[in-house]
Design a protein around this ligand. Structure first.
Ligand code: PRP
Ligand code: URA
Length: 208
């Protein structure tokens, strides 16, 4: 069964309301995306395998753990960029592979413009980062790209999703779990999430 995880954590809910607020300026908006992404990472990595290690404390030996899988962060340009820094602070050894896609405003279809993935996959788990899951076209196309690359395990990590986007991504890729801070009501006639937060790229980079 496809997995959908929608956060109920009070801190995430609090910060999400600030993020949605139309008066939140780009600097604060970027900070909130960074903070929410860091908190969401905890949930999205809860099942990552660990291997047993031993560490030497000042008092003696202690059993410990180390992540046993290589993590790859795959932000979708532009808006996914804002999710990278906070997550990278938590997992500084993760690889970051950017994918450039924009949504054609007329057709709402994704158009790919940047992809420098190496020939063979170099990570075990890909965390696909994009704050908005609207029609789901961009997320589904990015998963297509990652699967053609050879990625075996992919998780979608976003902030706000529409039911249409969840249905599309689950329909195209039932093996990809979706982690969201909120599941909103619907898309409007221009493919924007309602109530959503507007254009995540424009609000981060002051280009609206
Ligand atoms: C936004 C968002 C997603 C996409 C979601 O990017 O960051 O990538 O739209 O829409 P979808 O689910 O209907 O495909 P946008 O196309 O606005 O590009 P930008 O970040 O470069 O502005
Ligand atoms: N892209 C955004 O940035 N916001 C939406 O609501 C839909 C697509």
């Amino acid at each position: 069964m496809p997995e959908l995880h929608v956060s109920t954590h009070p801190l995430i809910l609090h910060k999400l309301a600030l993020l949605r607020d139309a008066t939140t300026e780009p600097k604060k908006f970027r900070q909130l995306i960074r903070e929410i992404s860091m908190m969401m990472l905890i949930d999205a990595t809860v099942d990552v395998p660990v291997s047993a290690i031993t560490v030497e404390t000042p008092m003696g030996s202690a059993p410990g753990h180390r992540l046993a899988k290589r993590l790859g962060l795959v932000p979708v340009l532009r808006a996914g960029l804002g999710m990278v820094d906070g997550i990278l602070e938590m997992v500084p050894y993760a690889q970051v592979w950017h994918i450039g896609l924009y949504r054609d405003e007329r057709t709402l279809r994704p158009v790919e413009y940047y992809n420098k993935l190496p020939v063979a996959p170099s990570v075990d788990i890909c965390l696909l980062l994009d704050p908005m899951l609207a029609t789901g076209g961009s997320a589904s196309a990015t998963v297509d790209i990652l699967k053609r690359w050879g990625a075996k395990q992919i998780k979608f990590l976003g902030l706000i999703g529409a039911p249409e986007g969840v249905a599309r991504l689950h329909g195209d890729h039932p093996d990809v779990p979706i982690y969201l801070a909120a599941l909103d009501e619907r898309l409007n006639e221009r493919g924007y999430i309602v109530p959503g937060l507007g254009d995540a790229g424009d609000r981060q980079f002051g280009t609206g």
